[in-house]
Design a protein around this ligand. Structure first.
Ligand code: NI
Length: 138
């Protein structure tokens, strides 16, 4: 495990109180983990902005009765096979499908894939989970 460093931080009292209340609501048991997570969030944001290697997932919800849509989704995913590492299809009910497309690769490609999927006619909802390969965030 990496060496831990202790350091002092000066903050306005009100801000610290708000922070403590916030992290308690989010179930953190220590400030250290909460602060480390905030730093990692910023590092991951930077990885995405700078077109670094990232990991994440696109989650789609759509009506599977639209056959042309299903074909189109397959075509799009074949065009992005370099960054798609896995795909899971879940039948939510008799009409709706949830698809989770796991991605690993350059962030610009991931954004592009998400934009194309999101704009595809018939897609009810699309979200991009911008996560990390775990590298560079300690
Ligand atoms: Ni389905």
């Amino acid at each position: 495990m990496e060496k831990l460093i202790r350091f002092g931080v000066s903050l306005p009292e009100g801000l610290l109180k708000k922070f403590d209340r916030l992290i308690k609501e989010k179930n953190y048991t220590s400030r250290s983990k909460a602060i480390a997570d905030l730093i990692r969030e910023e590092l991951i944001k930077k990885q995405w902005q700078q077109d670094k290697e990232i990991a994440g997932a696109v989650v789609l919800v759509y009506n599977h009765h639209k056959r042309e849509l299903v074909d189109k989704l397959i075509d799009i995913q074949h065009n992005f096979q370099k960054i798609i590492i896995s795909n899971q299809h879940i039948h939510i009910d008799k009409d709706n499908c949830l698809e989770i497309i796991a991605i690993k690769g350059r962030s610009q490609q991931a954004q592009k894939l998400n934009d194309i999927l999101k704009a595809t006619k018939g897609i009810k909802h699309a979200t991009l989970s911008m996560s990390s390969t775990g590298k560079g965030i300690e």
